[in-house]
Design a binder for this molecule. Structure first.
Ligand code: C5J
Length: 229
């Protein structure tokens, strides 16, 4: 399949070796009453990424592209929560405390769920992660190796935190990342812009930055994609 328009130059899209990686599109980050709001953020700033990601996700499903979702959160007994993460900051409610969507950032609670617009289908891989990067203390690398994946189309929130942590690590592990500008978002628009600039700078020091419309159009051009999942 032909290259996709991207910065700093065309991305050599190979769907047979690519996965759509959707990072932490959880109620705890995107809805009032969750972790993002507890930190004092305007969670409405993340909503712009929902619709483009929903359209891209549908196109990926139609095409048969590998789809992987991640969720940031902790075990109910907090045994996977580092002291530094637990104690950092002065906000309340804190991780593990009760909030309007259940205990903040705890697996199984309502706030931990992926937003309904992007809810995973049966058979799609979900990676639960205790850190910001999606490779830290997870099986993600093993899952990707097992599926023969070498390219990641990256969506999710927030651009400069979990998305960037994951892309940096993916880059070191040998994956080619295409980060979708319109499918990522931050509570701080300037951090979103600067992070994407950093990824594509120096001729793609961490990877490529593109637009979902180009990926969707390319997948729709193909009648039959690789059967995955
Ligand atoms: C944050 C994330 N921002 N998913 N998590 O704490 O970016």
């Amino acid at each position: 399949m032909a290259d996709l328009p991207a910065q700093p130059y065309a991305f050599p899209f190979n769907p047979a070796q690519a996965a759509l990686l959707i990072i932490d599109m959880q109620r705890d980050f995107l809805e009032p009453g969750g972790f993002g709001a507890a930190l004092g953020n305007d969670v409405s700033r993340l909503r712009a990424a929902i619709d483009p990601t929903r359209i891209l996700l549908q196109a990926a499903r139609n095409f048969g592209l590998c789809v992987i979702h991640t969720r940031e959160g902790h075990l109910p007994d907090l045994s996977d929560l580092k002291r530094a993460k637990q104690q950092r900051g002065r906000f309340v409610p804190r991780i593990g405390d009760a909030g309007p969507m259940g205990r903040i950032l705890i697996r199984g609670e309502a706030g931990h769920a992926i937003i309904p617009e992007l809810a995973p289908l049966a058979g799609e891989t979900i990676i639960d992660k205790p850190g910001k990067g999606a490779f830290y203390a997870t099986d993600l690398d093993m899952v990707l190796q097992g599926k023969g994946i070498s390219q990641l189309l990256v969506c999710g929130v927030t651009t400069e935190v979990c998305v960037f942590s994951t892309v940096r690590d993916a880059n070191d592990r040998g994956f080619d990342c295409l980060v979708l500008r319109d499918c990522t978002a931050s509570y701080f628009p300037e951090f979103h812009d600067q992070t994407l600039r950093m990824i594509a700078a120096q001729d793609g020091i961490f990877g490529w930055v593109g637009e979902s419309v180009d990926v969707v159009a390319r997948m729709e051009l193909c009648h039959a994609g690789p059967a995955r999942q």
